[in-house]
Design a protein around this ligand. Structure first.
Ligand SMILES: [Fe+2]
Length: 191
């Protein structure tokens, strides 16, 4: 059996372990917190609102960096005020917290119900990519690119130097073959 001294040591070890487990529990509980975007800044990133404290003041996170891709391929999809996101914080250092986008809410609903398309939506702009199709819509104006053609719905300004069809100009510089005064139909535009 244990001597009184050994038993006292064991009790001290158990007390230490209990304290460490409690500390770990607190840290794990604090690692992931869900909140909504309260403040946004192009340089500093975002502060989240985790609800109100006992005085009715919002509990705000520190500034957290933009949750974007920063490499050769870069992204810039700013979060909206009220958007729900999660803050992940490695134990022990709240300054190393980062944000994870948390998906849709009643206020910010999905832009699609179709699992076979990719959609980016912003205001009245909508960009869709499906197998064999790219679709861009801005208000009532639409451009659809498929494997065999480009379809444009909307008034169209060509602002480059020329517009050609198979090398033949069809812009303001083009002239026609076989023109004679009278009621005849002209020939095709001249290359
Ligand atoms: Fe013409």
């Amino acid at each position: 059996m244990f001597s009184a001294e050994e038993f006292a040591d064991l009790v001290a070890i158990v007390v230490d372990l209990k304290r460490e487990v409690a500390q770990l529990k607190r840290e794990i509980a604090g690692m992931a917190k869900v909140g909504s975007v309260e403040e946004a800044d192009a340089k500093k990133g975002y502060r989240l609102n985790f609800g109100s404290d006992e005085n009715g003041q919002p509990k705000l996170s520190p500034w957290l960096p933009h949750p974007e891709a920063g490499g050769k391929a870069k992204s810039w999809f700013p979060l909206s005020k009220g958007q729900v996101v999660a803050m992940m914080t490695p134990p022990g250092d709240p300054r190393q917290g980062f944000l994870l986008r948390e998906g849709f809410t009643d206020r910010f609903t999905p832009p699609s119900q179709n699992l076979d398309e990719n959609v980016f939506e912003y205001g009245d702009v909508r960009f869709e990519i499906r197998e064999g199709l790219v679709h861009l819509k801005v208000g009532a104006t639409k451009i659809t690119v498929t494997g065999d053609k480009i379809a444009i719905k909307g008034s169209t300004d060509f602002e480059g130097d020329y517009v050609r069809h198979k090398s033949t100009p069809i812009d303001k510089t083009h002239v026609h073959r076989n023109v004679q005064p009278g009621s005849g139909v002209t020939g095709a535009p001249r290359p």
